[in-house]
Design a protein around this ligand. Structure first.
Ligand code: ARG
Ligand code: ZN
Length: 416
């Protein structure tokens, strides 16, 4: 009996094929010499390291922190290399599996959706259905296409019904699968919009005058995969014959200096730009939607994590955007609003100079299409937990981010 039981257990584990991270560590490396940078790049070539920040070794530069995840079997080797080369470092996460198990509680409420938990795609999907039928005067839903694996991509439209077409703001969450705080924010935003309409004067006036399109999960296949198989997945889940590696980076796949800088043409890389611009169906679906609604979309907001940044174009070039000073002014106002609640500090600036140049991003694409107010948020934290931000931080993170988003929305509304 026991043997049969064990066998079933083994088969179940094998079938589920869930990645485990026992003994893996997340390091913060501090390269201050050219040889340190070279070393990090060589490390990436020789062993499998997962870059958390920046997202690939090509983006590593001198004097900027590098957060990497190292498999247990390479720890001795990495420690030796760090010591031999005098590279300063700290351990951000001692044991990744412990952190994975601790950050989200997937046992307490298996069935119910919660705004203060990381909901599975199934829960988000039924939430989308119920919330959009709850208040037909303020919210409606629209499927803009299916993902690679056939899941629907649903946009929620928030705003008071009107006979004339209203100007709009577009916001997406969950472009990158493992950045779980991002979809949590989109859900929070929808809830707050509905529950404060009529009492909060700013939200009321916003939804009276404008519509807000919210895509709660952009990379649905990837998000589902992080819940079921590999918590650390970033890309889409598309397959192509000729490569055994899966997925492309949905924030390197847009037609904005596509694959010229800060992106990889290697299908196995986490920053793979894809086989052509919009090769990823999820990117194509959203790009088509924004193109179709280009005359009414006044702002594009895309929510990522982590690093606490508010970025705007450009990332594919060091050239300043035509509206640079206005974009910076609005970003600084939004960051100040965010900080007023819990003191959380954000850095704002153009992507290329604030973090690193990286082409093919949605923010640059939207901006070049003519959506002037185009912003990328990198939410909490700055690396203590990284992608494994504890669920207890969902509420404060969403509350403070609301202030920044509302600041930008109010500015856009005033300048229609
Ligand atoms: N961490 C984000 C990414 O790598 C930053 C995006 C900034 N914008 C950009 N177009 N690269 O996708
Ligand atoms: Zn991201």
């Amino acid at each position: 009996n026991m043997k049969v039981f064990l066998l079933f257990g083994l088969v179940a584990v094998a079938l589920a094929d869930v990645s485990r991270f026992e003994g893996e560590k997340v390091f913060r490396l501090k390269p201050v010499l050219d040889k340190h940078v070279t070393l990090i790049k060589e490390l990436d070539k020789s062993i499998k390291v997962d870059f958390w920040r920046p997202e690939s070794s090509e983006l590593v530069t001198i004097d900027s922190d590098v957060d990497i995840r190292v498999p247990a079997i390479y720890l001795d080797m990495v420690y030796t290399i760090l010591q031999q080369n005098d590279m300063e470092h700290e351990v951000l996460i001692e044991d990744l599996q412990v952190a994975v198990d601790a950050h989200a509680d997937n046992k307490a409420s298996p069935r119910t959706h919660s705004y203060t938990k990381y909901n599975s795609w199934d829960k988000i999907q039924s939430w989308i259905a119920s919330i959009s039928s709850s208040n037909p005067n303020l919210i409606s839903k629209q499927v803009i296409g299916n993902t690679y694996e056939g899941r629907p991509m649903t946009i929620l439209k928030l705003g008071k019904k009107s006979s004339s077409t209203k100007p709009a703001i577009f916001m997406d969450c969950g472009i990158h699968a493992r950045e779980w705080i991002s979809p949590a924010f989109c859900q929070w935003f929808v809830k707050e919009a509905l529950s404060t309409y009529g009492s909060d004067s700013q939200m009321t006036s916003l939804l009276d005058q404008m519509d807000v399109f919210v895509l709660p999960v952009f990379n649905v296949d990837g998000y589902d995969y992080t819940h079921k198989s590999n918590r650390m997945w970033r890309k889409t889940r598309s397959k192509k014959s000729g490569s055994s590696c899966i997925g492309a980076d949905p924030n390197r796949n847009w037609n904005a200096g596509w694959c010229t800088i800060g992106a990889s043409s290697n299908p196995c890389s986490d920053t793979f730009c894809g086989y052509s611009p919009e090769s990823e169906i999820e990117v194509k679906n959203v790009a088509d939607f924004i193109r179709r609604n280009k005359s009414i979309i006044k702002a594009y907001l895309t929510i990522h994590s982590y690093s606490q940044l508010l970025l705007f174009p450009y990332s594919y070039t060091y050239d300043l955007a035509e509206h640079h000073s206005e974009l910076l002014k609005v970003a600084e106002g939004a960051s100040a609003a965010l900080r007023s609640l819990y003191g959380t500090r954000y850095t704002s600036g153009p992507g290329a100079t604030t973090i690193y140049p990286a082409a093919g991003g949605s923010d640059d694409w939207a901006y070049d299409l003519g959506v002037k107010y185009s912003y990328t948020f990198e939410l909490r934290d700055t690396g203590r937990y990284g992608f494994l931000l504890p669920e207890s931080e969902i509420k404060p993170t969403c509350e403070e981010t609301m202030l920044a988003v509302k600041y930008i929305a109010a500015y856009v509304q005033k300048n229609l």
